[in-house]
Design a binder for this molecule. Structure first.
Ligand SMILES: Nc1ncnc2c1ncn2[C@@H]1O[C@H](COP(=O)(O)OP(=O)(O)OP(=O)(O)O)[C@@H](O)[C@H]1O
Ligand SMILES: Nc1nc2c(c(=O)[nH]1)N[C@H]1C(S)=C(S)[C@@H](COP(=O)(O)O)O[C@H]1N2
Length: 206
């Protein structure tokens, strides 16, 4: 989880995932970080093939967030980076700005959909300024997605809302992640359908 040089896939379809928990208080030890365990646990239960993880716990510092994202994508070679925390309107919340600063493309649909899902859970969802972007290097690209800091928001935004019978009421954003990773040249990712029914056009299904 603390690698500092290029990650090596153990299988061509192994997803390389960077997890970044952004919290002044968790990073200084005021409380125990729940962000990384929540992100890792959700992915382990959702992906059919275990991914390789690298994790970072850092304060709400714009330079440090951008530098961490660059390290995870450019140096370690992650395909997907999920951040949690620092998306609100408080002065210290700078995750969206730090993420946009390392973007080569914006993916506005992710933020729009996350706010739609989250409004089903909490009216303050509109306070989250979360963004998603692609960062491209000469030989590689990664999808970076901001999630809110509340540990429970991780599952809500990724998985969406289901009714008592398990039928999807509002899709979470992870349904679109595997196909996005295909399109940017990453590994072929599959999900357990009871958690998230990932969508691909028929022509893209293996
Ligand atoms: N990494 C984390 N681990 C556990 N709980 C967290 C974490 N990040 C946030 N939370 C919880 O979610 C709430 C809202 O998150 P937010 O990112 O706005 O934190 P904050 O109030 O800015 O403080 P901090 O950045 O120090 O976590 C926090 O007050 C805390 O209860
Ligand atoms: N799904 C979900 N989204 C949510 C929340 C939540 O509890 N669940 N909390 C909201 C609140 S209270 C805030 S202030 C914003 C920003 O949170 P952050 O600063 O922790 O990223 O996310 C919002 N989005």
């Amino acid at each position: 989880m603390t690698a500092s040089s290029r990650l090596v896939r153990t299988h061509p379809d192994e997803l390389l995932v960077g997890l970044v928990s952004i919290s002044d208080r968790a990073s200084s030890g005021t409380y125990e970080d729940q962000g990384i365990p929540a992100l890792q646990g959700w992915l382990e239960h959702t992906l059919t093939r275990p991914p390789q993880f690298v994790a970072r716990l850092i304060p709400d510092d714009r330079q440090q967030i951008s530098a961490t994202l660059i390290e995870l994508v450019d140096v370690l070679g992650c395909d997907l980076v999920l951040t949690t925390g620092g998306t609100g309107p408080a002065r210290r919340d700078v995750t969206p700005e730090a993420t946009l600063a390392v973007a080569t493309r914006e993916m506005p649909g992710f933020g729009e959909q996350m706010r739609q899902v989250s409004l089903k859970f909490v009216p303050t969802a509109i306070l989250s300024r979360q963004v998603a972007v692609i960062r491209e290097t000469s030989d590689h690209a990664a999808l970076i997605i901001n999630l809110p800091g509340q540990p429970k928001a991780i599952r809500e935004t990724l998985e969406g809302l289901k009714d008592a019978e398990g039928k999807v009421v509002v899709s979470g954003v992870f349904a679109a992640v595997p196909y996005c990773i295909d399109l940017i040249g990453g590994p072929y990712v599959e999900t357990h359908r009871d958690r998230v029914a990932a969508f691909r056009p028929k022509s893209a299904i293996r």
